[in-house]
Design a protein around this ligand. Structure first.
Ligand SMILES: [Cu+2]
Length: 550
């Protein structure tokens, strides 16, 4: 699993259960540091992993405000009628601090929603009770490398990993999921995901809907095989129906191989880990926090009655002002918060959230293949329903001005005229970035950025007609702004619904598009992944490291 094992000491260093070889001194030190209340994040410690050093600027040794125990384990749950379904799921418990920090997700298979506060010092004692290695990534949070869930920190079955960090992000809808090398897609698919909501004072002052009227809504698609068991792309564990999502088990190549290359699409939609999800609501205003935690499916969301969507936040938190759109494209990994006012609806009224039809953005052979399966890419379907089941008087109003996201100015970039170019590539039937695939500890010369600078990056999806696919590009370690989106490709319906506003950590790049982002690399040096969040693409190699160096 680990690509580089070095410096095996004779001083009783721990052995990795996976490799039965010594782990590096660096990794061991980081684990030790993590477990010893060394406040790497709080103190602004600089982790320069490339040099194999840890420089802790000023370690603050104080107790965390919140201590959580988080476990990933195999479980069973009743998803369909008949046989229960084997799933892998997160469970969490508060060991110290606010008991409301962990909110169970009723029914389904998802992990609990974690509610954190900006400025909070958090310790998470992760315990891997799976049969595979695992590590948890806090998607969207800005953290030191050792706390971010890079795949090289994966721990074997039965092993712990202790995270300690300060929440420095703005209020927003983030999430957590495994980031294990090569098997992230399978681990998330089997149920390992949950939302992570951060609040702050700026948000509190707005008096947005809270408590029961603040709803996490996690969108996924799933396929079931024999005995109600989840089916993924190749046989292992509960996975028993190869390639069903894409090829119906037939076709010119093995279904598993095709799904692995194209991205897995499930036969039916699961919301918050449940099928045919209906949210009972009161006749008042709600905040709906939508997360696309699907492996590879893109949604084009719209209210079934044609009411425009009112968008109040994207990946990195609240927008300056609400935006109204007829439809919103949501790619894997992305989040969008909606303000939805049901106060003029009568008890008994229902409203569907739809995914509208879109022209498949892939042309040629690939486009044809994506049209297969029970719920092909671009099909129209209901995602979930709202049902008003009680009257409630409430005076919640949507402010016209929401928040002040940090300004990311073009003048502050170090390379405005010559963006750092990342071509999204396919070679030897493998996805890559600039023709390279993932290398666990490796970083190329053109993937090194300077700590404290802001750069323009350009993702170029200049795919040939045959291999044109959308990609959902995610950066660890930075919240960026989308500067520019140019297209030489076809208009697909998806493009018009893309919302690039606000701070982002994940951005959809359609075939034929070039997307420029402006990304600040602040606070933490270290090695961070950037990759496609269409999980089969990422697992197949469409992931690289970039190194932030002091
Ligand atoms: Cu991709």
């Amino acid at each position: 699993m680990y690509t580089k094992i070095s410096s095996c000491g004779t001083d009783g260093r721990m052995e990795s259960a996976m490799t039965h070889e010594c782990v590096t001194g660096r990794r061991e030190f980081l684990r030790y540091a993590a477990g010893s209340a060394a406040w790497l994040a709080a103190s602004g410690a600089l982790l320069d992993s490339f040099a194999g050093e840890v420089r802790a600027a000023s370690l603050k040794s104080s107790e965390p405000d919140l201590i959580l125990a988080l476990t990933a384990s195999r479980s069973e749950t009743q998803l369909l009628s008949g046989e229960p379904t084997g799933v892998w799921r997160f469970s969490a418990r508060v060991l110290k601090g606010d008991g409301a920090s962990v909110q169970r997700s009723p029914g389904g298979y998802l992990g609990p929603t974690l509610r954190l506060k900006k400025g909070q010092r958090v310790r998470v004692e992760f315990n891997n009770q799976l049969a595979d290695p695992a590590i948890v990534h806090w998607h969207g949070l800005h953290l030191p490398e050792a706390m971010d869930g890079h795949p090289r920190y994966a721990v074997g079955p039965g092993k712990p990993y202790v995270y300690e960090f300060e929440v420095i992000n703005r209020a927003g809808s983030y999430w957590y999921h495994p980031h294990t090398h090569g098997i992230t897609g399978r681990q998330i698919y089997m149920g390992l995901a949950g939302m992570l909501l951060v609040s702050d004072e700026e948000e509190q002052d707005l008096r947005l809907p809270q408590g029961e009227s603040d709803l996490p809504i996690v969108l996924q698609d799933r396929t079931f095989g024999r005995d109600n068991q989840l089916a993924y792309i190749s046989g292992e564990g509960n996975v028993d129906r190869a390639g069903s999502g894409m090829m119906g088990g037939g076709g010119m190549m093995g279904g598993g191989m095709m799904s692995g290359m194209m991205g897995f699409l499930g036969d039916e939609i699961f919301v918050n880990g449940r099928r045919n999800t209906v949210f009972p609501v009161a006749s008042r205003a709600y905040r709906l926090r939508l997360l696309n935690a699907s492996n590879s499916r893109i949604y084009r969301l719209a209210w079934g009655d044609g009411t425009p969507l009112t968008i109040i936040a994207t990946d990195g938190g609240l927008l300056e002002r609400p935006e109204r759109r007829a439809a919103v494209t949501l790619a894997p990994g992305e989040r969008i918060d909606l303000f939805a006012d049901f106060s003029n609806k009568s008890v008994g009224a229902t409203l569907a959230m739809r995914s509208l039809a879109f022209e498949n953005p892939m042309g040629g052979m690939m486009g044809g293949m994506m049209q297969q399966g029970k719920l092909p890419s671009g099909a129209a379907f209901d995602v979930f329903r709202i049902r008003v089941d009680r009257r409630e008087r409430s005076s919640t109003r949507l402010p016209e001005r929401l928040a002040a996201p940090p300004r990311l100015n073009e003048e502050e970039t170090v390379n405005f005229g010559s963006p750092r170019l990342f071509r999204l590539t396919m070679g030897m039937m493998r996805w890559g970035i600039n023709g390279r695939t993932f290398d666990m500890d490796g970083v190329a010369d053109d993937e090194i950025v300077k700590l404290g600078t802001t750069e323009v990056w350009e993702f170029a999806n200049d795919a040939s007609a045959m291999m044109a696919m959308p990609h959902s590009m995610h950066l660890h370690g930075a919240q960026f702004r989308v500067l520019d989106r140019t297209s030489s490709g076809r208009q697909t319906g998806l493009r018009e619904s893309i919302v690039d506003a606000g701070l982002k950590d994940t951005v959809l790049v359609l075939p034929g598009e070039r997307v420029k982002i402006l990304a600040p690399f602040s606070r933490y040096a270290g090695l961070f992944p950037y990759h496609c969040h269409m999980l089969e693409h990422g697992d197949a190699g469409m992931m690289r490291n970039y190194s932030v160096r002091a």
